[in-house]
Design a protein around this ligand. Structure first.
Ligand code: SAM
Length: 370
């Protein structure tokens, strides 16, 4: 046992059964979540499993691309599984796999099943965020592996616009995959659209009608956030939450349900009274941030722990893990990182200035994992 009363894992190669991951039974996990200095409990871990993507979204990825992660820097499945199990023992109850594009990682179905096996030991929910391009072929295996929910990204219904935004084709396939996901047995399917002024702000009602009118799909509109190299406020401009709401209300009636995690949720109706089956969500990270209730932490594809999407702070867990660190040492690093978490993220303009700072090396969204 280590100083925290956690069974210590051996660091050499081993069979990844529950006992070797230090897991015993549901409820054995020490935590109510990992707490920061402001009393926020972190029960939601987002793991990026790859930096590569099969799209080139202009709002996510710098034009010049991102350097390929040196071979060996990417966490192996065993390493991801070990860290996921440690986080679950520390109180994480929800894990989301993201990227890059998670479905581009070879063997992703196997990874989902491995993490799905943490469910009897405290993990309550396993989700994925994906652009859905490769989703259809994976649906049965992902469901069988224990994936509960998918958030699928689509910013436009128009193929020509899709190409302008993502620099690739695939609009029709994405739409078909979203529809297939809706009947695949997930307990939640959401569509994420990043809204940019003059790019897709005229399609908000169309997106809602396409997915949320007849199907129990939640359509969520996300304020465009600044990241390294994404020309926020210059070539691409934010369309703020208030304007999103107003644009939707030109044609629909919205009834507030409340704040759920990061999204303000609404029930929608056509003006003639016809109710939407799915809900509408608006994510206002920039103009109405929800930092006070943030419960999220992140693990990058190269094994760095991050405590805030919009803060450059991060701590390397991969090097110590590969050097043989036990769980107590990794837990210490995680808790040290969390102590640096600020009460809220900086305003958008400050973030942009930070990214433009001389010699600054930040991570683009694609390298953090959205
Ligand atoms: N490739 C996957 C996908 O497309 O969903 C997962 C990774 S992607 C980085 C995760 C989410 O982040 C997507 O919904 C994407 O639209 C969103 N995203 C990327 N850049 C963003 C930005 N600058 N502002 C707001 N959301 C962004």
């Amino acid at each position: 046992m280590d100083a925290f009363g956690l069974p210590v894992l051996s660091s050499g190669p081993r069979a990844l059964d529950a006992a070797s991951l230090g897991l015993t039974a549901r409820g054995d996990a020490r935590g109510q979540g990992l707490f920061d200095r402001f009393g926020r409990s972190h029960t939601y871990l987002r793991i990026s499993i790859i930096e590569k993507c099969n799209l080139r979204c202009r709002y996510c990825m710098p034009e010049e691309g991102v350097p390929l992660l040196p071979k060996g820097d990417l966490l192996s499945f065993e390493e991801i599984e070990r860290l996921a199990a440690l986080f679950v023992r520390l109180g994480v109850r929800k894990i989301r796999l993201t990227g890059g594009e998670p479905l581009v990682r070879r063997g992703v179905d196997d990874l989902v099943a491995r993490i799905g096996r943490l469910k009897p030991y405290g993990l309550q929910r396993l989700a994925m965020t994906s652009n859905a391009l490769l989703l259809r072929q994976h649906l049965p295996a992902l469901r069988a592996g224990g994936l509960d929910a998918v958030n699928l990204s689509l910013d436009t219904l128009r193929p020509d616009r899709f190409r302008e935004i993502t620099l690739r084709d695939g609009c029709e396939e994405t739409i078909a995959a979203i529809r297939a996901a809706a009947t695949a047995g997930f307990d939640s399917v959401k569509v994420n659209a990043v809204v940019m002024a003059g790019v897709n702000d005229d399609e908000l009602v169309d997106l809602a009608r396409a997915f949320a009118l007849d199907e129990p799909i939640e359509v969520r509109y996300i304020e465009y956030m600044p990241f390294e190299g994404n020309h926020w406020g210059e070539r691409l401009r934010m369309f703020p939450a208030e304007a999103i709401r107003a644009r939707l209300e030109e044609q629909l009636s919205l009834e507030t349900i409340g704040l759920e995690e990061t999204a303000r949720i609404y029930r929608a109706r056509e003006k003639n009274g016809r109710a939407f089956r799915g809900r509408i969500g608006i994510i206002s990270s920039m103009t109405e941030p929800f930092c006070a209730t943030c419960n999220r932490i992140r693990l990058t594809a190269d094994g760095h722990f991050r405590w805030c999407l919009l803060d450059e702070g991060e701590i390397d867990l991969r090097a110590p893990m590969r050097a043989g660190a036990g769980d107590a040492e990794l837990t210490q690093l995680i808790e040290d990182g969390l102590r640096a978490k600020k009460p809220g993220h900086a305003p958008a303009e400050e973030l942009v200035a930070l990214h433009q700072g001389a010699g600054h090396f930040g991570r683009s969204m694609i390298r953090i994992g959205g």
